[in-house]
Design a protein around this ligand. Sequence first.
Ligand code: GLY
Ligand code: MN
Ligand code: MN
Length: 472
Amino acid sequence: MTSEQTTDVDALPAEAQGTDQQPSSRTEIPKSAAFTRYIASGWADRPAPVPPVSPMAQAAVARRAAISAKRPGERLVVAAGAQKVRSNDTDYPYRPHSAFAWLTGWGDETVAGSVLVLDPVEGGHEATLYFQPAAGRDTDEFYADSAVGEFWVGRRPSVDEVGAALGLHAADVADLRTGDADVTLEDEGLARDLSELRLVKDAAEVDQLRGAVAATKQGFDDVIAAMPRITAHDRGERVIEGVFFTRARSEGSDLGYGTIAASGPHACILHWTRNDGPVVPGDLVLIDAGVELPSLYTADITRTLPVTGTFSPVQRRIYEAVLEAADAAFAVAKPGARFRDLHVAAMDVIAEKVAGWGLPLLPAEALEGVERPDRRYMVHGTSHHLGLDVHDCAEARRELYMDGVLEPGMVFTIEPGLYFQPDDLTVPEEFRGIGVRIEDDVLVTADGCENLSAAIPRTPDDVEAWIARQRS
Ligand code: GLY
Ligand code: MN
Ligand code: MN
């Protein structure tokens, strides 16, 4: 297959064979009127199905009203973004901007290059979704355009179909007019407002996150069941990545981020996505992975598993310290608490444990106004918001994010860890090369929080029992 149209003209009716040689080293595109008539004819009508408006699209009505109320009188232009080239003639899988997905409810079926426009009108805004609809068979696009042609990338929906599926006024992107006064996502204020509106999830979003977590649990189950195959391979980490991805695809879904499959000392490398190492019995393997549903909501879960199925005493000691830190963060996760309290609670435990092991940390009373003592054995934060983006709401202001007050409907991770680098001379030799993170996805409720990933075992005993079960 080449990226431009190539036709075996000898197979065409004689009158259609007048070709127009293109100035290209590898293609020839017939241009004659006879060919155009020939290829445009003989196609059956396809009745357009009229799908019901999806729950995500229904929920997007209130979201548009919320941004409309914040930006009265402004023309808001929210682009889904263009398809990106990976390398010659190959593109990255398309994913629309999360702000666009949130405001439309259009997920992984979004047509690349779509744009939502909110035009100011009396009392609010009027929404129009511009996109490139299917081209008619009377154009050469459907057979000759490798970027968007139906023969090449599949059928695109019509204006009516998209309008019906999303409950929105839809229009051809060719009719989109932009102006200097438009406010776009490049505008810091609009990106910030949308990020901040996304901090509290609506019921449809929470449903999606529950689904993403459930699919992710299945992925972890699959990885454990495949452990004999994983340890037998000299790049077992990559097999873990593949097994998890297979589950995501088997669910009709994708990944929210590159899987981290980090065995032994690789677990101390926080964003280890090269995943080219072996998975060695006796080590721990840290797996940080999340299924992203077609709605584009993702889970973000980490489990650290003993490869043999049983923690060694030192592995268990470190694991239990991290678990205690996580539980301390869970204990403060309730409406009225500050987001930053989660990290403080977890780090107090980490600091206490590390000090108890005789490792060099500042004592808690010396910490006021200075960096917490987490920058050697745990260099990352304890929590981040989660939703359409794995690191969701990133444009929100500090006073609403790090210093923000927790509200029912917020979803974030709790993910403390301890990482003892293999060459860290400040720790006992038996600690070196051990990295543990436990990451759960948490919903703030009216009076506390719910661990959305509670069904994925997290205590050492439950993890060992889980592995035994999956392997039997
Ligand atoms: N998977 C990235 C993170 O845990 O933040
Ligand atoms: Mn995370
Ligand atoms: Mn993670």
